[in-house]
Write a protein that binds this ligand. Structure first.
Ligand SMILES: [Zn+2]
Length: 89
């Protein structure tokens, strides 16, 4: 079982958290014209990286804050965590 360090609460069991996706994914800006294929790409297509990956996680059973986790998807090692507005690697 993984332990994840919430930047607000400290280390907690993985079962308290929910994965929120790729933290580097950018939503198209509001008010800009986006083609159906661009929107389809944004909504449905994701990379499945092996190795270091920056992710969003939600402390759903704790403080309910979103934060970033820099993690190796091959080894499951968590390299660092940070608040959503903090710079990470
Ligand atoms: Zn928390």
């Amino acid at each position: 079982m993984l332990e994840i360090k919430c930047p607000y609460c400290g280390k907690r069991s993985q079962i308290e958290f929910s994965y929120g996706g790729d933290a580097k994914l950018e939503r198209p800006k509001l008010g800009t014209e986006v083609s159906d294929s661009e929107w389809n790409e944004f909504v449905y297509y994701r990379n499945n990286p092996r190795g270091e990956h920056l992710e969003l996680w939600h402390h759903i059973s704790g403080c309910r804050q979103w934060f970033k986790v820099f993690r190796n998807t091959a080894t499951h090692e968590i390299l660092s965590t940070s608040k959503i507005d903090e710079k990470i690697k």
